[in-house]
Design a protein around this ligand. Structure first.
Ligand code: NAD
Length: 368
């Protein structure tokens, strides 16, 4: 009997709905090929939900997510809702509460530069002849952003502000398990990034990484200090497979990686929560790394690849369909190799075919 998976589909605002419908067509095609089905519950989120219900995250939307194996998310926000009170603005009022409600503690952001798109990367092309494919695993709910005490006071007649970087061993262990599991499904090389020469949290981080590594003997673990990691990423991105790091370092390094990859419209992301009982699968929310791109919304020109690859990550990490995920990733790479380009990645070079959102998805589907 073929498997049936349940997904919540939250397209959101701006280019969200147009890239979402293309990613669902790709999902239809891969389901036919691999013999499984997804039951999809589409719900409002963000500005679209504010317009319809007055709230960016209506209870029916949360319920659909609770009933699902994973969430496929588009993007939210836009100028129309920017003057609303912060707590009901699309991002603050929908994305952050969803992350909190589902305890999404692991943020996975691939930084991929395909060999035929190296021109879009700001890294010198001779350093990345074959492009690169790095996965950054960032801890999302701990560290200095959330540690207490945090605040501001007067000391000796001047203002003083302080934050606390704190990690429990169990928080470090669970993010490392995500990273090692991801590495097992890829090149089996994991770099743990810390600042163990200065920070107590990093010393615990490094000790824990070494301990957890014993459960994954096939993965080669190494360590880098964060300042060195930031340099090596621009010098030799092709030498990395998976990076794992704490919240603040990951915030910075994952943006650096997105930048050196060249195009936001190509990059998916995942935020994972609890591991499902007795399996390597996680509940998670999957979305493009970019936002709702109001400047190009409704024109049919947005690059659907980030949303399509988000669906591939959903298949891999929440639905247990890695072969289908791999097929989508390979089809995207072939479509790019064959010269299909949306406006954000086009150069006008010979051999390129300039396409819109729908044609780019067609090119991927034809190559599945
Ligand atoms: P953005 O990522 O939406 O756009 C930045 C630039 O990248 C724009 O020029 C845009 O056209 C381009 N771009 C992004 N995705 C693209 C794609 N798929 N294809 C082609 N080009 C693409 O960032 P922004 O302009 O800073 O923010 C716009 C809105 O999105 C804001 O309201 C912001 O709050 C929201 N936002 C939402 C999320 C989210 O939903 N997770 C994330 C970031 C920003």
């Amino acid at each position: 009997m073929s498997a049936t998976h349940r997904i919540a589909v939250l397209a959101g605002d701006g280019i969200g709905p147009e890239v979402m419908s293309e990613s669902l067509r790709v999902l239809d095609a891969v389901e036919r090929k691999f013999g499984f089905t997804t039951e999809r519950d589409s719900q409002l989120v963000g500005g679209a939900a504010i317009d319809a219900t007055g709230h960016p995250l209506p209870p029916e939307t949360v319920k659909a997510c609770e009933n699902a194996d994973g969430i496929l998310f588009g993007s939210v926000g836009g100028p129309k809702w920017e003057s609303l009170p912060p707590e009901i603005q699309p991002e603050r009022g929908a994305l952050l509460p969803l992350r909190k409600h589902f305890g999404l503690f692991a943020n996975l952001r691939p930084g991929v530069c395909l060999p035929s798109l190296t021109h879009a990367s700001p890294v010198k092309n001779e350093l990345i002849p074959d492009g690169f494919d790095v996965l950054c695993v960032r801890e999302l709910t701990g560290g200095v952003y959330f540690g207490r005490p945090k605040g501001r006071e007067e000391r000796d007649g001047e203002p003083v502000a302080f934050d606390t970087m704190v990690y429990r061993k169990s928080e470090i262990e669970r993010i490392l398990h995500v990273a090692f599991t991801a590495a097992m499904g890829r090149g089996r090389k994991l770099v743990s990034v810390d600042k163990a020469n200065v920070l107590a949290t990093s010393v615990l981080w490094r000790e824990t990484a070494v301990e957890v590594a014993r459960e994954y003997p096939e993965v080669e673990l190494s360590h880098l200090y964060v300042d060195n990691a930031a340099m090596q990423l621009v010098r030799r991105p092709g030498s990395f497979d998976v990076l794992v790091t704490e919240n603040l370092f990951g915030d910075i390094l994952s943006d650096e990686m997105a930048m050196i990859s060249g195009s936001l419209g190509m990059l998916p992301s995942a935020s994972l929560g609890a591991r499902k009982e007795g399996s390597d699968l996680y509940f998670g929310m999957y979305e493009p790394s970019g936002g709702s791109a109001p400047d190009i919304a409704g024109q049919g020109v947005a690059n659907p690849v980030a949303q399509i690859l988000s669906a591939a990550m959903l298949l891999r990490f929440s639905l247990g369909e890695p072969a289908a995920a791999g097929a989508i990733e390979a089809a995207v790479a072939r479509a790019i190799d064959d010269g299909f380009r949306t406006g954000d990645i086009a150069t006008g070079a010979d051999g390129e075919t300039r396409v819109g959102t729908r044609e780019m998805a067609d090119a991927v589907i034809e190559r599945l």
